[in-house]
Design a protein around this ligand. Structure first.
Ligand code: ZN
Length: 502
């Protein structure tokens, strides 16, 4: 009995997964190769597919199947695949039925229109033209949250979508604790003469930059038989299926670090998706769990590995041979200091590991204020400048490098988008500690350009499970404890203490 019902549930979910995969292809194309003229129709097509997907998922028949399968799920061990599938589908079903399909398509169409407007407005530094649309985003974000009444903070339901179990209050507490530790480190570093990163700011031809990045992520274990890299405005990773996980980057010929580290970053997201159990493909289990855990993986490969001394002991000679004119006379030491230069700066995605979380915290606070109604969209650009001034001591010359720099609010809801970045950094240090504890040889392997042990451990401990466990369950299983900021602080103190002789 339950076997036939489970099969029917899976068949339905796989169909919905196919619709979602089609949406992902359209979204990938929109952000890479689609000419601007295609925007309107693309917005409509994506909105329709998302609506169809939502309607199918919220079909009463799915609810009935879940009801009927409940006793079966309960009879199974908690970590049995079927039990996990039923549990996760139930959670998403209960959430989805609260949101009308018409709202989903309205939101989707609005998001893709605003995304295209943002790609045009940002280079022109034109926030004013986006203001009415962004006000609509805020309105839609509030509406979405209000489909889930009974929250403590209006951001709670939106945070819960991407970081299940987290609330504004919890995030605030964790951030306050981390901030208290970070600010003195930043101050101690900025009191010293800044590191010289001029070697990164020479001319680096695009093709060679891209080729070098691809070589590294091949060594990492990103599978090009099941992936590819293209160019975009704001780098991202997207999963179309377990056999097709794509990444994107952008290249600045006058700044070596942008494409390289964004490539390492997105490859971390992508290896997570490529490493999920193929049996979960197309099912809700089949992609990475919370956005925090996802980010922990991108930051591991970008920073903990990719900005480590050991890593560059292996790769620097080959980078020098690709760019002999630019780097031939630059020592490894100078280069290592340059890629780890700590400096309060304007752009989050370019920020160093120490100041990065301050960028995230201020966006998180803005999201809360906007949703609460204590900050209006029209006042956002100025509030942005003021907060950068007070938190980081810098002021962008314009909105292009101010409020317009991140794609998020211009292609998705306001709320629940940013906390995952810092939660990810916190978790990356916790997971990495656990990896080293299991395999102390990982550091020596990195210095030889070998990543098999680390990648294998991450795959076994995290990747293969997809969304089977929530972030806190996974942390508990893998590290034996809940969310803790100490490992990140320890990591930053050790690394930057040495770099800046603190
Ligand atoms: Zn990321």
């Amino acid at each position: 009995m339950s076997e036939a019902r489970l099969q029917e549930l899976k068949d339905r979910l796989i169909e919905i997964g196919s619709l979602n995969s089609a949406v992902a292809v359209l979204g990938w194309d929109q952000a890479t190769y689609m000419p601007g003229g295609g925007a309107e129709m693309r917005g409509r097509a994506m909105a329709l597919l998302e609506k169809l997907s939502h309607e199918r998922f919220t079909d009463a028949a799915v609810g009935k199947l879940l009801d009927a399968l409940e006793p079966y799920a309960e009879s199974m061990p908690y970590d049995h695949d079927d039990a996990a599938l039923i549990r996760l589908t139930r959670r998403e079903y209960e959430r989805s039925v609260k949101v009308p399909a018409s709202f989903i398509s309205q939101l989707s169409e609005h998001n893709s229109n605003l995304y295209m407007l943002w790609t045009r407005a940002r280079p022109l530094n034109d926030f004013a033209s986006l203001q009415p649309q962004l006000e609509k985003t805020l309105d839609l974000s509030r509406q979405l949250a209000n489909f889930f009444p009974g929250y403590q903070h209006i951001a709670d339901p939106l945070i819960d979508f991407s970081d299940e179990g987290m609330k504004a209050e919890t995030v605030r507490e964790v951030f306050a604790k981390l901030r208290q530790e970070l600010v003195p480190i930043v101050r101690a570093i900025t009191e010293q003469p800044p590191a010289d990163d001029s070697c990164l700011r020479l001319t680096y031809p695009e093709d060679q930059q891209l080729a070098f990045g691809l070589d590294v992520i091949k060594d990492y274990g990103y599978d090009f038989e099941r992936g590819r890299q293209d160019k975009t405005h704001h780098p991202f990773e997207t999963r179309l299926s377990v056999g097709d996980v794509r990444i994107t980057t952008r290249v600045k010929e006058n700044y070596l670090a942008d494409a390289l580290f964004s490539t390492l970053h997105e490859s971390g997201h992508a290896m997570y998706e490529q490493g999920t159990n193929p049996a979960y493909d197309g099912l809700p289990l089949g992609s990475g769990t919370s956005s925090g855990v996802h980010e922990s993986q991108s930051r591991t490969w970008e920073n903990i590995v990719g900005r480590s001394r050991a890593f560059w002991e292996h790769y620097y000679p080959s980078l020098q041979s690709v760019f002999p004119d630019q780097l031939g006379d630059v020592s490894l030491d100078t280069f290592y200091r340059a890629i780890n230069k700590v400096e309060p700066s304007l752009i989050r995605t370019d920020a160093d590991e120490v100041t990065y979380n301050l960028h995230v915290m201020l966006r998180f606070d803005f999201e809360l204020q906007l949703l609460e109604g204590t900050l209006a969209i029209k006042d956002l650009p100025e509030a942005w400048h003021a907060r950068y001034q007070s938190d980081l001591g810098v002021r962008a010359p314009d909105d292009r490098d101010g409020v317009l720099q991140d794609v998020h609010w211009f292609g998705g809801i306001i709320g629940g988008s940013f906390q995952g970045y810092t939660l990810g950094n916190i978790m990356s240090a916790q997971f990495y500690d656990a990896a080293l504890k299991a395999h102390p040889e990982i550091s020596a392997e990195i210095a030889r350009g070998q990543f098999g042990t680390l990648h294998g451990w991450l795959k076994d401990s995290i990747y293969q499970h997809g969304s089977k466990y929530t972030a806190s369950e996974l942390l508990e299983r893998v590290t034996g404890s809940g969310l803790q900021t100490e490992p990140l602080i320890r990591y930053l103190r050790a690394k930057y203490g040495e770099l800046y002789s603190l």
